[in-house]
Design a protein around this ligand. Sequence first.
Ligand SMILES: *Cc1c(COP(=O)(O)O)cnc(C)c1O
Length: 378
Amino acid sequence: MNMRPIQMVDLKQQYVKIKKEVDSAIQEVIDNAAFIQGKAVSDFATALSAYTGSKHVIPCANGTDALQIAMMALDLQPGDEVITPSFTYVATTEVVALLRLKPVFVEVDPKTFCIDPAAIEKAITPRTRAIVPVHLYGQAAPMEEIMDIAARHKLYVIEDNAQAIGSDYTFSDGRTQKTGSIGTIGTTSFFPSKNLGCYGDGGAIFTDDDTLASRLKMIANHGQSRRYYHDLVGCNSRLDSIQAAVLNVKLKSLDAYIAARRSAADFYDAAFSAHPKITTPYRASYSHHVFHQYTLVLEGVDRNGLNEYLAGKNIPSMIYYPVPAHRQKMFAAFGGGDWSLPVTDWLTERVISLPMHTELDKEQLQYITASVKEYIDK
Ligand SMILES: *Cc1c(COP(=O)(O)O)cnc(C)c1O
């Protein structure tokens, strides 16, 4: 069999196609020795602003910093409550605890995997200051309802867009907007395996608000707008010029990358359709799913057994995430153990993510889907 080895994410094969352009972009940064805050960074911020429609794009060191800087810029105070899903990557919730804010974990919708607006409403108290929806696996959270709740209760919304960059959200009046540009602030990550990934760490923050934008910029740069005059407590969080150079090349392909992911998802959907034990990813009508992950929900299947069976056939698969936030020891001091989130626990036991990236070919997809069914139907 001469099939290409299957990866969870195939960055090598993707690089081969853009190698010339990426190599020369990186070389240009080195030739100019503009490693920090170089032209590549400002060019990328401008290009990403045009792409997303977000007025201000503030590049930073990674997606976790982006969330932290967002919460710092909103001047949230220790003890302020921040509503987030528990069914997410740890970064979303970790920064809440790091800033001594109080994470309030709520349920997700078992169909979309995203935060449930009804659960948000129930969790609001006089100390609630912000909601952090996560566009998990590339599907948008129901932003229209979330923005409406936020407006009624005067809350900030920080969109964790690390998994959905490039996704279009459609409002009930037909208007569309890119995810990450809808909330008070949006954040994203350019971790290599993300839909728009660089070759190291990177992140960005989005806002339309001029005042917030200047605070975000200052906080990401030691609280200064003028060198050596530090007006705010900040941090050191920059996107390297070399990473920005890579991103400038890759941003041009983002829509094509999304199309490739969606076409792999279509193949999976067709192969698993109407299988009694497999629920394929729901596609919410308002969301243009960008398939950061392709995640199945399995009923009556030994999910971990499937994971091992696939590994034995050289097919990687992953459990995103094996422990939800409300069960992480990290949050023991934040009401750990008191949370009852049955939907989140139910999903955690049943989800499995299959290889999803821009380079999957028919032969690989055929082999993966046949192997999954082989195990489930045996
Ligand atoms: C990847 C990710 C982050 C963090 O991004 P880093 O760049 O790794 O710090 C935050 N939230 C979600 C949902 C993510 O998937």
